[in-house]
Ligand binder design. Sequence first.
Ligand code: AMP
Length: 420
Amino acid sequence: MSMPDAQDGAPVTDGAGSPAEAAGQRPVLVINAGSSSLKYQLVVAGSGTSLATGLIERIGLDEGRATHTVDGQGHVLEQEIPDHTAAFEVLTAQFRDHGPDLQEAAPVAIGHRVVHGGAKFASTVLIDDEVLKTLRRLVPLAPLHNPGNIAGIEVALETFPDLPQVAVFDTAFHQSMPPAAYTYAIPLSWRQTFNIRSYGFHGTSHSYVSRRTAELLGTPLEETNVVVLHLGNGASACAVEGGRSVDTSMGLSPLGGLVMGTRPGDLDPGLPAHMSRVSGMTLPEFDHALNKESGLKALAGSSDFREVMDLRDSGDPDAELAFDVVVHRLVRHLGALALVLGRLDAVAFTAGIGENSPELRAAVLGRAGLLGVELDEQANAGARGETRISTPDSAVAAFVVPTNEEWEIALEAARLLANH
Ligand code: AMP
């Protein structure tokens, strides 16, 4: 069995019967724990085969809901799920009742998605007490995300004490950015004392999609330059040079860059002080508005891109403007990242919007002629799964590449264990 190359180009598989081969054949239990939800997937690192997926929602709220899907069949459980300990009890019960049997499946590890690894973690790590302590120290960098991730890790360590557990960071892939890309022009004491800089997010997705794009192009990853546009509820663009992130649109927090479902992307840094002066708005209010009330929701009344497109189709002027703002911001970032790369081989669209909206892809690529991208309208309109959407003669290729963050996390976990 062969495995796709890992992030740094080193194959996970190094020969039949080797530890890497063995690690790749067994599944990894991938956990993505948020403050009120827990997503999981049992996935075989070597093949990407998903054996079961699950979503536990409304943790800590009145009525919890858990969906466990095996062989395309969903099993729903509704009960109170007061905390993450209860969520893991539900997870093990779902596996016990609906399979696959976790003992028999014998996961080789648990791979935890962790949003922010700061500058401390440039790659996947095996979780121990020291790592957990560092993660807790990093909470101020991602107050909305890291606490949920940490709660998931703490309970998983109690629930599965015999399994190796690894942390895979959204930020790690971007630790290859050069100082010129990640440094903010702000006072030295902020940068030194509080580690204020650009970190970038969606790293597992950018890593997976850029690697698949090179494979689809048929060129070695080390020689391929790609701009990946991860466009989902959260969105970011990344310039990937030879498999390494060299710049990305998100920065210190997942608020910067592109326009998102409820987040604004780039703003004038003078805005918080200005709003405070003119409206008396407090910083927590401002934080809430930028995380939950901005983006598509602020412009068009819905954070859901599909709904915005339906409104736009019905002639709604706010939805029309929202679409134009989204496209304009994308074009601006695509152009900037292409220049950062110096030479561009491909543009890749991924995540909910990137994979499913031919209108958006056409609007962006229709304005990317300067870069040498020529859209194949028919291929774009009919794209399902991995698809080349540029003409055969296009100087720069364009692709739709469905992301697979769970598989990437499983690969990372298997690779780490194989090298241990
Ligand atoms: P994600 O965060 O990757 O799950 O992406 C969620 C976003 O993808 C939401 O804004 C959805 O409206 C959008 N989306 C999902 N399916 C489609 C579709 N068929 N057409 C347009 N947007 C879609």
